[in-house]
Design a protein around this ligand. Structure first.
Ligand code: NDP
Length: 296
């Protein structure tokens, strides 16, 4: 059997199209343009690439995009002052502080200084608590993208056995909460999990968010399971730099029912969901109906 490929690139383009339609309607019907501010501190090359591509796609869907590039040595007080200014700016509906921050800045303090209603990354402690208690929140973009693809593929996820490998605050834990919210029976695996192959082998849905290249082999996967590969790992193979996920695509796709590729799977959905969250935040801020299908 060869797994169906879940095309994250095409799905993300569809989500961006839906976001663009909502943006156009907000402008035409209410005179409101959703605005996203991205704050980048320092010169981290990967972060610069992400921020550029976020800005480009924000503009493409018709939203206002604001970038604040701050010097590596920016003080915590100056960064907090900028966030306060953005919190009070009525034209900005989403604020994203690109992580990681330079070591001298307290990430938790910085993230928790963002107005939770504008926290489009969903990392503010209030949003974490709201998600954990099944209330309306801003949902972290990567897990939201995974959930959208799973819902699109399966329809209802109710009663399915799901295993999330990885327990980070940005992917693993919110992913597990979302799957629980859709009535999956959820197991969270991590580096201390005993007999990971047996745990993974029970799952109808496997979400791998580990950060270890091609760690999950096809032998672990239950026949017909859906595999969502969050991992982005750069490896050298045959003298070339290659992007691979946390699952071994060749062997897993021979067993799975459906699988996301790397690249072109979860990755493109993350930015699409950031744009979706910004439109959602804008609608909530203005007391308007939220776009359907773009939130958890
Ligand atoms: P973290 O490093 O924060 O977390 C990794 C998790 O994997 C930890 O919970 C760790 O367990 C677990 N783990 C490590 N080794 C093993 C092992 N041998 N067996 C089982 N579990 C293990 O990573 P992130 O969650 O931030 O990211 C995970 C991956 O997803 C990375 O490749 C990252 O690049 C990618 N990513 C992709 C995004 C996208 O847009 N597609 C967005 C964000 C991340 P423990 O807690 O016990 O240490």
């Amino acid at each position: 059997m060869s797994a169906q490929i879940i095309d994250g690139k095409a799905f993300a383009a569809k989500v961006r199209g839906q976001v663009g339609e909502h943006v156009a309607a907000l402008k035409a019907d209410h005179g409101i343009t959703p605005g996203l501010a991205v704050v980048l501190v320092g010169e981290d090359p990967a972060s610069q690439v992400y921020v550029r591509s976020k800005g480009k796609m924000t503009n493409e869907v018709g939203m206002k995009s604001v970038e604040h590039k701050l010097d590596e040595a920016t003080s915590e007080a100056d960064l907090l002052a900028l966030i306060e200014q953005l919190n009070n700016d009525a034209t900005i509906h989403g604020i994203l502080v690109q992580l990681p921050l330079p070591k001298h800045l307290d990430e938790d303090l910085v993230i928790n200084s963002i107005n939770p209603a504008k926290d489009v990354d969903g990392f503010h402690i209030s949003n974490v608590g709201l998600l954990g208690t099944g209330q309306k929140s801003m949902v972290p973009c990567t897990p939201l993208g995974c959930l959208m693809m799973l819902r699109d593929h399966h329809g209802s996820l109710s009663g399915m056995d799901a295993v999330v490998i990885g327990r980070s605050n940005i992917v693993g834990k919110p992913m597990a909460q979302l799957l629980l919210g859709d009535s999956c029976t959820v197991t969270i695996a991590h580096s201390r999990t005993k007999d990971l192959p047996e745990v993974v082998g029970r799952a109808d849905i496997v979400v791998a968010a580990v950060g270890r290249p091609e760690m999950v082999p096809g032998e672990w996967i239950k026949k017909g399971a859906t595999v969502i590969d969050v991992g982005i790992n750069r490896i050298e193979r045959d003298g070339k730099i290659k992007l691979v996920g946390d699952v071994d695509f060749a062997s897993c796709s021979a067993v799975a029912g459906a699988i996301t590729p790397v690249p072109g799977g979860v990755g493109p959905m993350t930015i699409a969901c950031l744009l979706a969250n910004t439109v959602t935040a804008c609608c909530r801020a203005n007391g308007l109906a939220e776009p359907e299908g773009l939130t958890a």
